[in-house]
Design a protein around this ligand. Structure first.
Ligand code: R1P
Ligand code: URA
Length: 292
């Protein structure tokens, strides 16, 4: 018999919904769009033809509906890879654990997950407004190290090449970056021929971990210069954001398909930013819901 998950491990609310998201198993579609900002959830759902639920809990807002006959769930994750650990584990539990018996289901569901986010561009060819699809994600966050299969799903040669290129040791190496591929079929379909494909670095913060120095000095002031000059088998690091590595890594371990598409709202090489991006991200949303 499949493993039993105790109430302390899989926390189910009194109404039968999962602890943080407050979503019930029957409310989850197979196609899932993840966004950081809860305010982006109704923007995505404004494209839907029908809507069956709209649930808010903390920074997690979830709407399930249909778009041109496709059932899609859009959920906000808030900021950071720690929230991706919560959202991915709870989505996977909704899909693959029977909430009555608290055991893994016999027939497992594979979800298709696309994150629509914002990011900082790191190359001259990724100016503000560029759409970037993550072919690989580098996790500066350490989250995947807590899961057993980490080495089996990570690109270990690229990890070594990047660490070597950065020349990091000591505190900056703990935890060492992990590198994970997005799902190849999903990249082809979502990025098509009009998005830049690159390596995304997911950082454990917006300022220091992304090489932004305000009043306090950075441990490696040359970090961004080194990241921008890194190249591996023809791929360059194109952008910084904060969730794609945890999403791609957990999706691989759980048997789901995932990738991340971001709109560049700040180009770090040019020193430019667009704080009024919210009315422009709808073009990226339209591409993703047509292709998911
Ligand atoms: C930081 O401003 C936030 O923006 C990016 C980062 O990954 C981080 O979550 O993504 P979202 O616009 O999806 O939140
Ligand atoms: N999100 C990030 O994480 N970094 C940026 O520079 C812009 C958006």
């Amino acid at each position: 018999m499949n493993k039993y998950f105790a109430p302390s491990e899989l926390i189910i609310n009194e109404d039968g919904s999962i602890f943080h998201l407050h979503v019930k198993p029957e409310q989850l579609a197979d196609k899932v769009i993840l966004v950081g900002d809860p305010g982006r959830v109704p923007t995505v759902a404004s494209h839907f033809d029908t809507q069956e639920c709209d649930i808010s809990s903390r920074e997690f807002r979830t709407i399930t509906g249909t778009y041109k006959g496709k059932r899609i769930t859009v959920v906000s994750t808030g900021i950071g890879c720690d929230n991706i650990d919560i959202v991915m584990n709870e989505l996977d539990a909704l899909a693959n654990i029977d909430f009555n018996s608290r055991r893994e289901k016999e027939k497992l569901r594979s979800l298709e997950l696309v994150r629509i986010g914002t990011c900082g561009g790191l190359q001259p060819y990724t100016p503000v407004g560029t759409f970037i699809c993550s072919v690989k994600s580098v996790g500066f966050d350490g989250l995947l190290n807590f899961y057993e299969g980490r080495n089996a799903v990570c690109d270990l040669p690229l990890e070594r090449a990047l660490l070597n290129h950065l020349g990091w040791s000591g505190n900056l190496c703990a935890p060492a970056p992990y590198v994970i591929d997005a799902h190849p079929e999903l990249i082809e379909r979502i990025a098509a021929d009009d998005m830049v494909r690159g390596i995304t670095v997911a950082c454990g913060g917006f300022f220091g971990p992304q090489g932004r120095q305000l009043r306090i000095p950075l441990a490696d002031p040359r970090q961004n210069e080194k990241i921008e000059s890194f190249s591996y088998n023809g791929l360059q690091i194109t952008n910084f954001e904060m969730e794609s590595s945890a999403l791609a890594g957990l999706a691989r371990l759980m048997g789901h398909k995932a990738t991340t598409c971001c709109m560049v709202i700040a180009n770090r090489v040019a020193g430019e930013a667009d704080p009024s991006y919210k009315n422009k991200i709808d073009d990226l949303i339209q591409l993703v819901i047509d292709r998911i």
